[in-house]
Design a binder for this molecule. Structure first.
Ligand SMILES: NC(=O)c1ccc[n+]([C@@H]2O[C@H](COP(=O)([O-])OP(=O)(O)OC[C@H]3O[C@@H](n4cnc5c(N)ncnc54)[C@H](O)[C@@H]3O)[C@@H](O)[C@H]2O)c1
Length: 322
């Protein structure tokens, strides 16, 4: 049994509590949330013990699940690592690069598992592509959300775009060469909408748009690579692959077209997306990493790299505004 404590029982923390309850070999020791009204209702609804301080809960557990606002990630992760506890922390890893660097140093010195909640890695639409080679040279991303004051403690880059930054860095294993970015603060004090172009050393270019002031939701990534187009709809959990002159999958719809370079076979397929719960999957992966003493699927260095790119983007946006 892994003895786990949840820090922050807000919007996402409640999902964590209900998912953790369903995972075998996990014992939820309790949760801590500084909001007394919320604490009372969560303790009643989930039948889980609440603790009066983060420190008391930390002392009673083996692993911390940190789902507090981003500006609190550092103090809670720091406390957990110093007390020798494994850490799962929601994205982004921390608020500032200095905080992130300190956490990486502390985690390296320890023998503890540290996973960051980049949950889109576990999105069933992305998982459905695991047997396909993803080597995009051009990436187009739209992540649009309706306005919600939750999350506006940080910019849309750290709130939403960081999901796509993590997925892109995971696929494009090359250094960032150049970034151009523009962002506008419309409803909050930090950018609520942004457009970013990231150029990598290997020639890949990613064009990302993120907004938290849209009327309609959208979470789409389109990958263009040699001989294939791959569409991933993270919201609708759908995938689409269009390939040229490749061995055609038996379920694909295919047809030939004449080009200046002769006949080409176009095949369109939709890899099957298995119904799964991404939050439960990431928390199960955390438990398994602790149990088997292995690197978690989204490591602290992955969380750090995503933050590094996010902060480079924020610097570019700030440069434009001054
Ligand atoms: N992976 C995702 O897709 C995703 C989605 C939403 C939020 N998040 C992340 O999850 C975190 C929480 O977001 P949310 O939407 O649940 O926010 P929220 O505001 O709904 O909940 C945060 C909760 O944390 C509590 N809290 C405040 N200070 C605390 C502290 N020091 N210790 C423990 N609890 C504390 C608050 O009282 C509140 O109940 C943020 O870092 C956010 O970026 C990730």
């Amino acid at each position: 049994m892994l003895r786990i404590g949840v820090f922050g029982a807000g919007h996402l923390g409640k999902f964590h509590l209900s998912n953790l309850k369903e995972i075998e070999d996990i014992e939820i020791v309790g949760f801590y949330d500084p909001d007394p009204e919320n604490t009372k209702s969560v303790a009643e609804k989930y039948g889980i013990k609440s603790f009066d301080t983060a420190e008391q809960l930390m002392d009673a557990i083996e692993a911390a699940d940190i789902v507090a606002p981003t500006i609190k990630h550092f103090e809670l992760c720091d406390m957990a690592l110093r007390k020798g506890k494994h850490v799962f922390v929601e994205k982004p890893l921390a608020n500032t690069m200095d905080e992130a660097r300190t956490l990486v140093k502390l985690a390296k010195e320890s023998n503890l598992v540290f996973q960051v909640g980049h949950v889109e890695r576990f999105n069933p639409a992305f998982v459905a592509l695991k047997d396909h080679t993803l080597q995009p040279m051009f990436i187009e991303v739209h992540r649009l959300a309706e306005f919600n004051p939750r999350g506006t403690d940080v910019s849309v880059i750290l709130d939403l775009m960081i999901h796509d930054i993590d997925i892109i860095l995971h696929m494009v294993k090359s250094n960032v060469n150049y970034i151009s970015a523009n962002g506008v603060a419309v409803m909050s004090d930090t950018p609520d909408i942004a457009n970013v172009r990231i150029e990598f050393d290997n020639g890949c270019v990613a064009n990302l748009t993120s907004s938290r002031i849209s009327l309609k939701k959208m979470r789409k990534m389109r990958l263009f690579q040699k001989d294939a187009y791959i569409g991933i709809d993270f919201l609708e959990k759908k995938t689409e692959i269009i390939q040229i002159d490749q061995p055609v999958d038996k379920d694909a719809f295919s047809f030939d077209i004449e080009t200046n370079n002769g006949k080409k076979t176009i095949a369109i397929s939709n890899p099957k997306v298995k119904d799964s719960n991404a939050i439960k999957s990431e928390l199960e992966a955390f438990k398994n990493a602790i149990k088997n003493n292995i690197e978690p699927p989204v490591s602290i260095l992955d969380g750090f790299s995503a933050m590094e790119v996010a902060h480079l983007i924020l610097e570019k946006i700030n440069d434009k505004q001054h």
